[in-house]
Write a protein that binds this ligand. Structure first.
Ligand SMILES: [Zn+2]
Ligand SMILES: [Zn+2]
Length: 175
């Protein structure tokens, strides 16, 4: 593992932790399986889908081209330490962290995550979902109550008025 890159990822994240190590090594596992670097310096050629929103995603954002702002880092929250990477040329991989081998301290766990060969840490699978479509641009409209400009996709109609999700009355009958 690349010590200098790790230290930079730690600086980006703000602290060193096992979660960050999971994301850091997940990138390595995916790159090994795909045979390409996930940092290509391009906007949307690589897409990451993270199945959690824990510390590890910061390492992935740091090491790859994928960021939420560019629209190529998406969440599919399933509470799993699993990450899929799609290359727009058609290659894809889903790496899933294997269960811990036993009880260990946080420090021991982090050490194991940083030093074990990636093949022992991750299962390499195929994503069971398709690559998400490219980020689309939507029109905006003003919310009739707060007056704030809101993406059309996020607006609701209530009593004939167009409202943002913060202004619409919730209607939830337990289903
Ligand atoms: Zn952390
Ligand atoms: Zn509003």
């Amino acid at each position: 593992m690349n010590q200098e890159k790790w230290e930079k990822a730690v600086a980006f994240h703000g602290h060193s932790c096992p979660g960050l190590a999971i994301g850091f090594r997940a990138v390595e596992a995916a790159e090994k399986a795909l045979g390409v670097s996930l940092f290509q310096g391009t906007d949307e050629e690589v897409v990451c889908v993270a199945e959690n929103e824990a510390c590890g995603i910061d390492a992935i954002m740091y090491l790859t081209d994928c960021t939420p702002g560019k629209g190529n880092f998406l969440f599919r929250l399933r509470g799993k330490q699993a990450f899929s990477f799609f290359i727009r040329d058609g290659k894809s991989v889903r790496v899933v962290l294997k269960p811990k081998s036993g009880e260990m301290t946080r420090e021991e766990w982090q050490e194991e995550l940083l030093t074990k060969p990636v093949g022992e840490l991750f299962e390499v699978k195929k994503p069971h979902y398709e690559v998400p479509e490219r980020a689309r641009i939507f029109e905006n409209q003003l919310c009739a109550t707060c007056g704030e400009s809101t993406m059309e996709l996020m607006l609701r109609i209530e009593e004939g008025k167009t409202l943002c999700l913060d202004c619409v009355k919730s209607y939830d009958r337990g289903f």
